[in-house]
Design a protein around this ligand. Sequence first.
Ligand code: AMP
Ligand code: MG
Length: 437
Amino acid sequence: MLPDTGCPKASKKPPMSTQIEPKPSCADPFDPSSIPLDEALRRIAERVQPVHACERLPIRECLGRVNNEAVKSPYDIPPHANSAMDGFALALDSLAADGISELEEIGIAYAGRPFEGTIGQGQCVRIMTGALLPQGTDVVVMQEQAEVSDDGLVRIDGSHSSGENIRQAGEDITRGDIVLDAGARLNPADLGILASLGIGQLQVKRKPVVAFFSTGDELVSIGEPLEPGKIYDSNRYTLHGMLSRSGVDILDLGVVPDELDAMRETLADAAARADLILSTGGVSVGEADYIKPALEEIGSTEFWKIAIKPGRPLTLGQIGASIFMGLPGNPVAVMVTFSQFVVPAIQLLAGTGMQRPALFRARALDGLRKKPGRYEFQRGIATQDENGLWQVARTGKQGSGILTSMARANCFIVLPDASSGVEPGDEVDIQFFDWSL
Ligand code: AMP
Ligand code: MG
């Protein structure tokens, strides 16, 4: 893992416990040793600590980065009362409650070029949007509601009130307000707010580094011939895609053969360079599996069966300060476990804290078969019906190797532990795909 230095106010990283006592679970009636999804998330949260190191960057480069320390506003925004409209600034007292008042126009206030004088009774100033409110005025009448007569007088009726069309000083941000929390991921509006405060640089956490590799003797990389029994490695490409939108730096370590030495070397190399190491494949029971012995030699490991489908087997380990997550090999299971477990782990590393994706309610267009006792993540296409309500159809075959079921989908249909299936017309939860954090 990268050296974690140079960040003020960083607390020491607590050591990760290496062993987890097996917990009895009733989550999956077919496999009593499996753990529920929430329990797996809780254990991940216990182990993954935010990166400490920070860097100071020009704010344009901070988009999508995680803020290190809360930012307080040094000013009121807007800094002064100003006009929200093009019109006429005046004192409300100058207007008769009934009938039309005629005012003398004594100057113009432009945005950035204030009117210097004071406006007296019966006077007004033409004012542009964003211009400083002239002294002695408390209302801006929009130009559409005023009439300039042939002799140059401004005619306004009595239907106006004090404060109309005026943006008060500090109405957006008051001096001393926290405008950006520690741990906030910066969005475009945040960049604008920082700029409005004259802040040109910000201290953000360094990006987590995520290394990933595939395992399996059946895998060949693109460009190599496809001999009988071999398949092209697709997981590294879906992982590359998902990680590229996750605000991390990525290291693609290729395909690692099913050999102990190669596995140990790859893991040690990855641990020296990355905060999080992901592998796919080789975590099913009974495989020619070298991840487990290699991890045990140079780190620690736990094998979990999680009560979800697809994506049941998951390995969590640690090598030095780096976290290892071994995902299943099946391409859909990779994407499901990435969305449910890797994304939260990246959020924790990045320093934003775990943020669970929102669930929306939708009407199922298909019947969905399911056994109780585990979460299922079926793939769906959500659309809105003629009343604007969400409805969701299943994307055909749902096998965990059928990647087209993901490619055609825009959401997971999330069927919770207790569900024993869905009839057409039932309400279900959906989780929209969003690989960006
Ligand atoms: P495993 O978890 O290694 O038993 O793999 C489960 C299934 O996923 C097998 O059919 C593998 O061939 C397939 N698989 C594993 N890794 C990959 C990969 N990188 N790309 C495509 N398929 C894979
Ligand atoms: Mg395999």
